[in-house]
Ligand binder design. Structure first.
Ligand code: SF4
Ligand code: SF4
Ligand code: SF4
Length: 258
């Protein structure tokens, strides 16, 4: 790359709600992006005519259809770095709940006319292509995107937050919802969201995925002692990151002893 030449980026979505893409249009984020990146392609706001290579491609959404896989592979081939943008791309997000439900029934109900799209079981994008960086959360945090962009501008490595939501929640002085009898996944979920939900009196649904070294088994046992059923725990974990929580479980013990 020539001196002063801007990095070339593409901002794309596969099966998603466009909420992550809209985060890029938030004025301070868009201003920073425009400073250091040359936005070659952003189909949400401009026609996608660019066929060249990218330094970075940001991808929103879950892999739900065969066409998503084709698009992912094509983008991967054209990009030096791929960034999974948001909970759907990172951990599967809400669509990944389908992995734990009657899939046939859901497809007939939700896509009665579009079965020709060849729906597959929803998965995060790193199940299909190599991902270099992750910007988690539903939708991703604007401050984290800004931090990521600044790291790129300074050519330093961006590090994801790796402690549980509880760390941030306690720092912010929030009342603990788990102590108040509400099922909160904060102890086993990766923070970095500044405990956004508990700070607004809503329990954590695990949208940033399981945290490093989460002792899932001990956490689930504790919750069971508090009177929660396996079904309640399963449903809560399956809201955003069920597939990733399940992977964790496979490392440590059986999934939710019945
Ligand atoms: S992570 Fe959230 S905002 Fe982003 S595409 Fe998925 S549902 Fe939409
Ligand atoms: S409310 Fe949730 S995130 Fe906050 S301290 Fe309690 S369990 Fe942890
Ligand atoms: S508190 Fe939990 S569900 Fe809410 S944004 Fe943070 S990680 Fe996601």
């Amino acid at each position: 790359m020539k001196k002063n030449e801007k990095l070339k980026i593409g901002i794309y979505g596969i099966s998603g709600c466009a909420g992550c893409l809209l985060t890029f249009l938030y004025e301070p984020v868009f201003r920073e992006i425009s400073k250091i990146f040359d936005i070659k392609s952003f189909p949400l706001i401009k026609e996608d005519k660019y066929k060249g290579e990218f330094d970075y491609v940001f991808i929103e959404g879950t892999v739900c259809f065969d066409d998503d896989i084709i698009m992912l592979k094509e983008l991967r081939n054209r990009a030096k770095k791929v960034v999974a943008l948001g909970a759907c791309a990172h951990v599967g997000g809400v669509p990944s709940m389908r992995n734990f439900m009657d899939n046939e029934k859901i497809i007939k109900f939700v896509y009665p006319k579009y079965n020709h799209l060849k729906s597959s079981l929803p998965e995060p994008i790193d199940k299909h292509i190599k991902v270099d960086c992750y910007l988690p959360q539903c939708p991703p945090s604007k401050s984290e995107i800004l931090e990521f962009i600044k790291c790129i501008a300074r050519d330093i490595e961006f590090k994801n937050y790796e402690d549980p939501v509880c760390f941030e929640c306690r720092k912010m002085g929030n009342l603990c919802l788990l102590d108040k009898g509400k099922l909160c996944l904060g102890p086993v979920t990766n923070g970095g969201c500044e405990a956004l939900c508990p700070g607004n009196k809503v329990t954590c649904y695990g949208c940033r995925g399981p945290c490093r070294d989460a002792n899932l088994k001990a956490f689930l046992e504790l919750l069971k002692e508090k009177g929660y059923t396996s079904k309640e725990l399963e449903e809560k974990m399956q809201t955003f990151a069920g597939l990733k929580f399940k992977e964790e479980e496979e490392k440590v013990s059986k999934w939710l002893e019945k």
